[in-house]
Design a protein around this ligand. Structure first.
Ligand SMILES: NC(=O)c1ccc[n+]([C@@H]2O[C@H](COP(=O)([O-])OP(=O)(O)OC[C@H]3O[C@@H](n4cnc5c(N)ncnc54)[C@H](O)[C@@H]3O)[C@@H](O)[C@H]2O)c1
Length: 392
């Protein structure tokens, strides 16, 4: 697969990829490919299909597909709460019990039609019912199409952090139609693209060059450009997964910016998207790598340039987050690994620092805290300067 070449633009054409994970799934990709879905699903034997989505996505696109499936199969419609609200234990319990009441069997298939959140809750439900039934992911967001479906991790959030409870469960296939991306809100689309930018920083400087040339802060793209962008971000992640399908060795580099990002996202309790939190996390990780003597000031500035000026993620850092709160949230979240605070860091653009074969680097928390304090102070000064400019 050469993702430096443009994808041939043919609406309706389905490109078949693989997730390259330990339990790989076929990944069908294209623009306006809905008409091919039923024939692919029909290759599987099943008694019922449960079609999960959010109400707004049902109105936008789901209805058409659901009505088509209903004419051919025993297909039931199920709604989940929108966005992150569906990733909680009470929803998980309600969905599982409701499926049992509606006669789900080991022969049934669940369909997850929506963003990464719908994929996560439905994937988890599918992994738990009767110790595992089949499910299909139909991602409708940039994050869903280029990131969350390229990982078999399914989870809900806990009381002290994101994705604390879950399991690994692979879909029988993924159906990625970029036509859906047109209506995705810009803040949400940016959240997916930021992971592509991350892939450039951690593994491929030429991909970062491409993103710098292609992105614009308004996200004005033709259907062809948006499809090409999604395809290349997918391929940038697949290149990493091919080297480490477990995501636990080399693949851990995908966590770049996420140690800080998860803590920021958690502290903001839904006010900041996953991607915007990670965008702040990547900037802090770059500052940390610079202060450790790993990368240059120019490399740090490139983070700000591509994230803020090219992608348009340039909001102020959340006012209520202090260095203390951020450190506490990271330490609480880190309990799951039972280890010191460890970070993925760059040692140049397109490459991660790998001392002694380990991409997770332990850094003294006091040192990290100083970097975070400086970062927050700089961010506050920037915000004040912007406000002053506006008033003047
Ligand atoms: N398993 C993994 O490895 C992995 C990786 C990345 C993210 N995730 C998870 O994915 C979630 C984030 O995914 P997301 O960014 O898709 O969030 P999301 O599912 O909340 O979707 C974002 C918003 O966009 C809307 N939306 C989605 N598609 C749309 C469309 N085509 N048109 C109009 N609106 C649309 C949704 O209604 C929602 O309001 C997080 O919970 C994160 O933890 C998991």
């Amino acid at each position: 697969m050469n993702y430096h070449q443009n994808l041939e633009w043919t609406p309706g054409r389905v490109v078949t990829l693989s997730t390259h994970l330990e339990k790989p799934s076929p990944f069908y990709f294209g623009y306006d490919i809905k008409q091919r879905f039923t024939s692919i699903l029909n290759k599987y034997t099943f008694d019922k299909v449960f079609f999960f989505t959010e109400e707004n996505l049902f109105e936008l696109y789901g209805k058409e597909l659901y009505n088509e499936l209903r004419q051919k199969f025993d297909c039931r419609l199920e709604f989940v709460p929108p966005g992150e609200k569906c990733k909680y234990f009470p929803v998980l319990e309600e969905v599982c019990e409701s499926l049992i009441a509606k006669g789900v069997s080991k022969k049934s298939i669940l369909l997850a039609f929506g963003g990464g959140t719908v994929g996560n809750i439905v994937g988890l439900v599918a992994g738990m019912i009767y110790r595992g039934i089949r499910f299909v992911e139909i991602p409708t967001s940039m994050t869903g199409q280029t990131d969350s479906t390229l990982s078999n991790k399914q989870a809900v959030n806990g009381k002290t952090g994101k994705n604390h409870f879950g399991l690994y469960h692979s879909p029988i296939f993924i159906w990625s139609d970029t036509k859906y991306l047109k209506t995705e809100p810009a803040f949400s689309k940016r959240s997916g693209i930021i992971e592509g930018i991350k892939n450039g920083f951690i593994s491929d400087a030429t991909f970062l060059d491409y993103l710098e040339e292609t992105l614009n802060p308004q996200l004005n793209f033709s259907d062809e450009q948006l499809t090409d962008l999604a395809y290349k971000i997918i391929c940038s992640k697949l290149e990493i997964l091919k080297k480490d399908p477990s995501e636990k060795g080399y693949g851990i580099i995908l966590e770049y910016g996420h140690t800080f990002g998860h803590a920021i996202e958690w502290l903001e309790q839904g006010k900041l998207s996953h991607g915007e939190s990670v965008s702040f996390g990547m900037k802090i990780a770059a500052e940390l790598a610079y202060q450790l003597g790993l990368i240059s000031q120019a490399d740090v500035e490139r983070h700000y340039y591509v994230i803020e000026e090219k992608l348009g993620f340039n909001n102020s850092f959340p006012a209520q987050i202090t260095a203390e709160k951020l450190m506490d949230a990271m330490i609480a979240d880190n309990k799951k690994t039972g280890e010191d605070l460890r970070f993925v860091l760059l040692d140049k653009i397109g490459q991660c620092y790998d001392p002694e074969g380990d991409f997770l680097v332990t850094v003294d928390p006091e040192f990290v805290k100083r970097i975070v304090e400086n970062f927050i102070q700089q961010q506050r000064e920037k915000t004040s300067a912007k406000t002053y400019e506006l008033i003047a």
